[in-house]
Design a protein around this ligand. Structure first.
Ligand code: ADP
Length: 472
């Protein structure tokens, strides 16, 4: 069983291709067979109807000629009249037996009058019982049997019907044969027209079906490709996750030993340049550490492994902590970093305190990074029953185009001013994901050259949650 499954998986692409080709051949063939079958059936039916009609026409002509029986001249006149009125007649003639053959006594073709003909069809007609007629199936010109021509057909175009019957005088004696040649051109033209139409439609249907099927077959390729991409994406995620984990250990060791050296654990360092270098190592290590943490967060978020410790928390101390941590950075850039404490008591907020710190570090850090002069203000308020945390700056601002893409992974606004500022474009994507995981929202308002204000909206602790919290 397993072997069969593996066999099918190994040959999946070939099987899909074969299945596609099978469909491409089968479906159009079925459509073609169906149309051709219907056309053939239709032709059979029209032939039967035409045969009956030919007989009916024959009988009508017979009755209109009966009055002039015996008078060859009157018969000739009547034939000419009928012939003029009906375009489907190729020939109408009356013949009388002369020995084994038949002599034309009246005909729509005047030249034939007086001719003695030996077509065997007249014999068959003469032998018919009274008032009965013979009608051929549709014929092609030049039809012969036993070396004898069936009828006079040298000047016939296309298909025609032969109808003939014996004629009787008033006493019921057979006197002559009435013979008619009826063209089936009108009907055949119509049939041809419908058939050609059907074949054209068939061709178009078959082409469309083939086109449609080949697109479907190509869609399977995309499905296979999509699955492969997903697999590769998963491999990439795993790689990032493993690589980030592995980077952490050497980083901790570099950081640990650097700080031991800086603290003078292995002897006091007098050389200023060595000290400066150590500081630079420390700064770079910290940056690398942030990057590794960001990468780990990304793989956790993408694989849905980032777990939150949601509880009812006081946000004030958290904000104070981060603001004082980042005050050094603000001071370096001669910026004011202000935390506007809310008036009165702020209700508890339902959030993960460590992740809230990360969000604050990111937003305030960005404001400091992207502000050249002025200030960064952090403040909070309650609006529409929600907690709002705002970080506003007087920085370079973000263009409308940038604002649209800001929360995408790896996105960085590219301007002369941002070019010199280091960053990965990961911070805001992570921030947004975490805020949303906490059930909140993040949005921004920004004017280029004037400043940016980021707002994080979070849920307040509900009464039930507060009660639950107290019980704990
Ligand atoms: P980065 O590591 O580049 O700072 P982020 O995801 O934190 O990545 O931010 C994405 C981009 O958004 C930044 O590259 C910057 O161009 C823009 N940006 C973020 N915050 C601000 C801000 N306060 N003022 C101006 N631009 C900002």
């Amino acid at each position: 069983m397993m072997k069969l499954k593996q066999f099918l998986i190994d040959r999946r692409e070939n099987l899909q291709l074969a299945y596609g080709i099978f469909l491409i051949i089968l479906i159009p063939s079925l459509i073609a067979y169906n149309t051709i079958f219907i056309i053939a059936k239709y032709n059979d039916n029209t032939d039967t109807i035409l045969n009956r009609e030919a007989l009916a026409i024959g009988r009508t002509i017979y009755s209109s000629l009966q009055n002039s029986m015996g008078d060859d001249f009157a018969t000739q006149e009547e034939i000419e009249k009928i012939y003029k009125r009906n375009s489907e007649f190729e020939n109408i003639e009356v013949l009388i037996p002369e020995g084994d053959n038949f002599k034309v006594i009246a005909s729509s073709k005047k030249d034939d009058i007086g001719k003695v003909l030996d077509f065997y069809y007249y014999t068959i007609a003469w032998d018919q019982p009274d008032n009965d007629a013979v009608a051929t199936d549709s014929l092609k010109a030049g039809t012969t049997e036993n070396g004898k021509s069936l009828a006079n057909d040298t000047d016939t175009n296309g298909r025609f019907w032969l109808v003939a019957m014996p004629m009787q005088d008033a006493n019921g004696n057979k006197k002559a044969v009435l013979s008619m040649k009826i063209s089936s051109k009108t009907v055949d033209d119509l049939t041809d027209y419908s058939r050609n139409n059907s074949l054209c439609i068939l061709l178009i249907t078959v082409l469309i079906t083939i086109l449609f099927l080949s697109i479907t077959v190509r869609l399977w390729d995309y499905v296979v490709l999509y699955k492969k991409i997903k697999q590769i994406d998963q491999i990439k995620d795993e790689f990032v996750s493993i690589a980030s984990h592995e980077l952490r250990t050497p980083l901790t060791s570099i950081k640990g030993y650097t700080s031991l050296i800086m603290e003078g654990t292995f002897g006091k360092i007098e050389n200023k340049e060595i000290n400066q270098s150590l500081e630079r190592i420390m700064i770079s290590t910290k940056r690398l550490e942030t990057l590794v943490e960001d990468l780990l967060d990304i793989s956790r978020l993408e694989q849905g492994r980032l777990s939150l410790k949601m509880e009812n928390i006081k946000t004030e101390p958290i904000i104070k902590e981060i603001v004082s941590e980042l005050a050094v950075n603000a001071k370096e850039k001669k910026l004011k970093l202000i935390y506007k404490k809310p008036e009165g008591n702020m209700p508890l907020v339902y959030a993960d305190s460590e992740r809230l710190k990360q969000i604050l570090t990111n937003l305030i850090g960005n404001s400091i990074k992207y502000t050249e002069k002025g200030k960064v203000t952090v403040f909070t308020e309650i609006k529409n029953g929600k907690y709002q945390l705002k970080v506003a700056d007087t920085g370079i601002g973000i263009s409308p185009e940038g604002q649209k893409n800001l929360f995408q992974k790896f996105y960085r606004v590219k301007t002369e001013k941002t070019e010199v500022i280091q960053g990965t474009g990961l911070g805001l994507w992570i921030t947004k994901q975490i805020v949303e995981l906490m059930g909140g929202k993040i949005y921004l308002e920004s004017i280029e050259g004037q400043g940016t204000q980021m707002t994080v909206v979070l849920n307040l602790a509900t009464e039930e949650e507060e009660k639950g919290e107290k019980k704990k």
